[in-house]
Design a protein around this ligand. Structure first.
Ligand SMILES: [Zn+2]
Length: 242
């Protein structure tokens, strides 16, 4: 089976903010969902710092968090994702703590994903114009080490074991935004769905239409790989699929 045809039975997408998943991996997730994969979308922070409107203060944060959760649910519905988990960490203040790794380990043991999709914990500078948000790196690092070793090692976080969460080994880890990608997923059939899902994040996009940029990014990833549109990953093969 070629890489681009691999479809996990259960996948988990783990990201820091509402909208991260739609900007990055949503074409792949929609493709997997259409092929019958059950997907769990994990949003670590509430996104409650996602506004620079003058006049916004701390009292506006709960309403913004609610709005962003609604936008994420609408986006996930478009992608074919039925299950969304909001962990509710404060936006803009995320660290790769043991507590966060514990939360993610619990979710991986509960849902038993075959594949987990995360960002790159190394990513600091993208091009000359974008410093990667530290929440993205913290989320990626905590998720990475929840996948390995915490989810599969029986005696890490034994409170989880005592609560009935048996160890689970993730087979494949998909890392987007990696400096050296090795796997390109053809999203030619789902780029429209990706764009539609992204557009649900109205609180972040305002009047801006992201379609042109998303198509340019996906075309850039696809060129030299015989596709029109792609999402690129570094894929870690951590065990044999059954
Ligand atoms: Zn983000």
């Amino acid at each position: 089976m070629s890489e681009k045809e691999f479809i996990p039975r259960i996948a988990m997408s783990i990201h820091a903010h509402p909208d991260d998943q739609e900007f990055t991996v949503a074409g792949t997730l929609a493709k997997w969902a259409q092929a019958g994969c059950r997907i769990v979308s994990v949003v670590i922070t509430s996104g409650d710092a996602g506004s620079n409107d003058a006049g916004k203060t701390t009292t506006d944060k709960p309403a913004l968090a609610r709005r962003r959760a609604e936008e994420q649910l609408a986006a996930n519905a478009i992608l074919g994702i039925q299950e969304t988990v909001f962990l509710g960490y404060p936006d803009g203040e995320l660290e790769a703590t043991l507590s966060l790794r514990h939360d993610l380990t619990r979710l991986i043991r509960l849902h038993k994903p075959e594949a987990v999709v995360i960002g790159d914990p190394h990513g600091v500078f993208y091009g000359n114009g974008y410093i990667n948000h530290p929440d993205h790196r913290a989320a990626a690092q905590a998720a990475l080490y929840a996948v390995f070793p915490s989810a599969g090692t029986r005696l890490i976080f034994t409170d989880l074991l005592e609560a009935g969460y048996e160890p689970h080994n993730v087979s494949r880890l998909y890392v987007h935004g990696a400096e050296k990608s090795d796997t390109w997923v053809d999203i030619g059939d789902t780029i429209e769905v990706k764009i539609e899902a992204l557009k649900k994040h109205v609180s972040q996009l305002g009047d801006w239409d992201p379609e042109k940029m998303i198509r340019e990014w996906a075309a850039e990833e696809a060129k030299e790989h015989g596709m029109e549109y792609a999402e690129a990953y570094k894929v870690m093969m951590l065990g044999e699929e059954e």
